[in-house]
Design a protein around this ligand. Sequence first.
Ligand code: NAD
Length: 250
Amino acid sequence: MGILENKVAIVTGGASGIGKSVAEIYAKEGAKVIVSDIDIERGEQVVADILSNGGIASFFKADTSTAEENKALVDEAIKLYGKLDIACNNAGIGGLAAETGNYTLEAWKQVIDINFNGVFYGCKYQLEAMEKNGSGSIINMASIHGLVAAPMSSAYTSSKHGIVGLTKNIGAEYGPKNIRCNAVGPGYIKTPLLDNNLSKEQLEFLVTKHPIGRLGEPEEVAEFVLFLSSDKASFMTGGYYVVDGGYTAV
Ligand code: NAD
């Protein structure tokens, strides 16, 4: 028996990187997983891989920057399985690299809409469904930049700090309702998000910022997300936990 047997889970941004690993480990532990993303092809491939490994999963396209599509994603879980137990709000982008004074309004809005407003919209509808269910666990994907600065990425840093605040509030409000909400702060993890935004030299420099001497793997984040999502973390809510190879310790 997996530790998520009989649970129904949503993962946003599940087509790639950390979200893909989370979807895979949820399914491996017995959850029925709805993989959501704007990238249909890669999302459907993640589902096909889960199914071929004996797991239960389906794909649902949703752009998390809109309230409507977050609601539609929750509705899909209810339609398919009658309830929602777990949600990992993971979809996110890096956004423009520029000093704050040069950050364009358009680029700022795009990052905040996807990384921060998207997580609020997700939580709003997930909480509604979980209240009906009488329990639930939400994991919001923040970053070490929910704690420390990322120079040239003010929108990203602000969005991730916002997620930490939102998560604390939900923890405080929904503890009595048996719904837990926690945020995870990965250090730099080897995913397409890094490869698409950073040069080889930047990646080499970033390795030196992690005392463990390397960048992280998506699976190393997914293992902790799994723990927080499961009943094993039954006394944890409103928290923000780094998985960062020591980045924020120095
Ligand atoms: P990734 O680019 O590999 O995956 C992100 C996924 O989100 C992609 O499949 C993309 O299509 C999807 N996505 C983007 N915009 C979307 C939208 N509007 N609606 C739905 N899906 C959307 O990135 P990743 O590195 O796996 O990042 C996942 C999360 O982890 C992000 O929130 C990111 O900020 C966070 N994070 C990543 C790192 C890292 O070093 N990789 C570090 C800390 C935090």
